[in-house]
Design a protein around this ligand. Structure first.
Ligand SMILES: Cc1ncc(COP(=O)(O)O)c(C=O)c1O
Length: 367
C-alpha cells in the first residue's frame, strides 16, 4: 500500500498527498492533538524547558512536569503510580521485560500487538505461549499445563487490527481460579472505552483486576509517549527495574505538557467523549441506512469489508476522504477492509457525506 503524506492538519481535516480531506482513519479519536489549549501548553513547555529533556532519568533525573503527568495518568487508571516512556511500544517492552525470569511463562493472545510480543521475547529464559484469539478455553488449558510457574497473561483491551475487545470478565474469572499476573494494554481503550472513557476495567466494572496497565499518550490523548501504571503491591512481581525508562532520554516536555493538558480537558469536558460516542453511533447508523456492513462495533475501530481496496482508497482520497486499509479476520480469514475511526470532531454532515460516498464506491454491501 502506498505511504500517504500528511502535509497539514487541523482537527479532522487535513491535506494528504496534495488533496483536501476529511480524516476518517486516525488514532486521534478525541481530536486533541490540534486542540488550541493543548498546543498552547506544549508551546509554553518548550519555552520553559526546551524541546529535548537532555538526558535519561537514570542520569539527569526528571522534571516536575513528568512527575505531574505520572500522577495524573496513575489517577486516571486508579493506580498508585505510573512510569512514563518515550512511546507505548517502549512501555510494552519494559513491562514484559521487567517481569521476566527463567520461571516466567507469558501467555499472549495470538493477535496481541508486536510490542508485547517483542517485550516477552526479550525476557531471559522465559517461555512464550500464544493462545487462540479471545479463546479462554484454550488459555485455561494452557495455564493448567504450567501450574506452579510464574504465569503472566498479556492482552490488549482493544485489538488494533480487528477492533474487538478482550473478554475481561472471563479473564477475571480465570484469574480467581489460576495464579497469574495480568498486563492490560489500553493503547486504544484510554479515552475510547468504558462509560466515561477510562478503559476496559470501567467497561466491565472490574476496577483493579489488572496488575499492570500499559497505555499510550499517542492515541486518544493526542500526544506522544507511553506509560505503565500499577499499585505498590504489584511492584513485588517486577524482577528488574525498567531499563527502558532509566536509560532512554525522557519523553519530551512538549509531549508531556500536551498529554497533561489533554488529560485535564478529557476529565473536565464530559461532552468530549460523548461527541466521540455520538460520531461512532452516527457512522454505524448511516452505514446501516446504506446497507454497508461493519464487522465489529465493540471499539472505536470500525471495519468495513472492501473488495478492490487499493482502487477504493485511491478514489476516496481523490474525492476528499482519508481512510487507511486493514486486513482483519472475517470468518477466520484475513480480508481487506476500510479501517474507519470516528473522531469527536466529525459533524453529522461529514459522516453522512462519507457514508453516502462509500455506498456509491466499490464497497461490498450486505446482501
Ligand atoms: C495495542 C497497542 N499497543 C501498543 C502500541 C504502541 O503504542 P505507541 O504508538 O505509543 O508506541 C500500539 C500502537 O498502535 C497498539 O495498537
Amino acid at each position: 500500500m502506498k505511504t500517504r503524506i500528511l502535509q497539514k492538519r487541523s482537527g479532522c481535516r487535513g491535506v494528504v498527498d496534495g488533496r483536501d480531506v476529511i480524516i476518517f482513519s486516525s488514532n486521534d479519536y478525541l481530536g486533541l492533538s490540534c486542540h488550541p489549549e493543548i498546543i498552547k501548553a506544549a508551546s509554553e513547555a518548550a519555552k520553559r524547558y526546551g524541546i529535548g529533556t537532555g538526558g535519561a532519568p537514570g542520569t539527569t533525573g526528571t522534571t516536575d512536569l513528568h512527575q505531574e503527568l505520572s500522577r495524573a495518568i496513575a489517577d486516571l487508571k486508579s493506580r498508585e503510580k505510573a512510569v512514563l516512556f518515550p512511546s507505548g511500544y517502549q512501555a510494552n517492552i519494559a513491562i514484559h521485560n521487567s517481569l521476566a525470569s527463567p520461571e516466567t511463562v507469558y501467555y499472549l493472545d495470538k493477535r496481541h500487538h508486536p510490542s508485547a510480543v517483542d517485550g516477552a521475547r526479550l525476557g531471559s529464559g522465559s517461555e512464550i505461549i500464544r493462545f487462540n484469539h479471545n479463546d479462554l478455553t484454550d488459555l485455561e488449558d494452557k495455564l493448567k499445563s504450567s501450574e506452579g510457574r510464574t504465569n503472566v497473561v498479556s492482552l490488549p483491551s482493544v485489538f488494533t487490527v480487528d477492533g474487538d475487545i478482550a473478554p475481561l470478565d472471563k479473564i477475571a474469572d480465570l484469574k480467581s481460579k489460576h495464579d497469574f499476573s495480568l498486563i492490560l494494554d489500553e493503547a486504544h481503550a484510554t479515552g475510547c472505552v468504558g462509560k466515561s472513557g477510562h478503559g476496559l476495567e470501567e467497561h466491565f466494572n472490574l476496577h483493579g483486576v489488572a496488575d499492570f496497565i500499559m497505555g499510550s499518550f499517542s492515541k486518544a490523548l493526542g500526544s506522544q509517549g507511553g506509560f505503565v501504571a500499577y499499585n505498590s503491591i504489584s511492584e513485588k512481581q517486577l524482577k528488574s527495574g525498567f531499563r527502558q525508562f532509566s536509560y532512554s532520554t525522557s519523553l519530551s516536555t512538549v509531549s508531556v505538557a500536551a498529554a497533561l493538558k489533554a488529560l485535564r480537558i478529557f476529565k473536565s469536558d464530559e461532552d468530549l467523549y460523548k461527541s466521540l460516542q455520538k460520531a461512532k453511533s452516527s457512522i454505524i447508523e448511516e452505514c446501516r441506512k446504506q446497507n454497508i456492513e461493519i464487522i465489529s462495533h465493540e471499539s472505536m475501530i470500525l471495519l468495513v469489508p472492501c473488495e478492490n481496496l487499493t482502487e477504493a482508497l485511491e478514489k476516496l482520497l481523490e474525492d476528499g476522504f482519508f481512510v487507511v486499509p486493514a486486513k482483519a479476520y472475517i470468518n477466520d480469514r484475513r480480508q481487506d477492509c476500510l479501517r474507519i475511526t470516528p473522531m469527536s470532531l466529525h459533524s453529522g454532515n461529514d459522516i453522512k457525506a462519507f457514508a453516502d460516498y462509500i455506498a456509491k464506491s466499490v464497497i461490498q454491501k450486505r446482501s
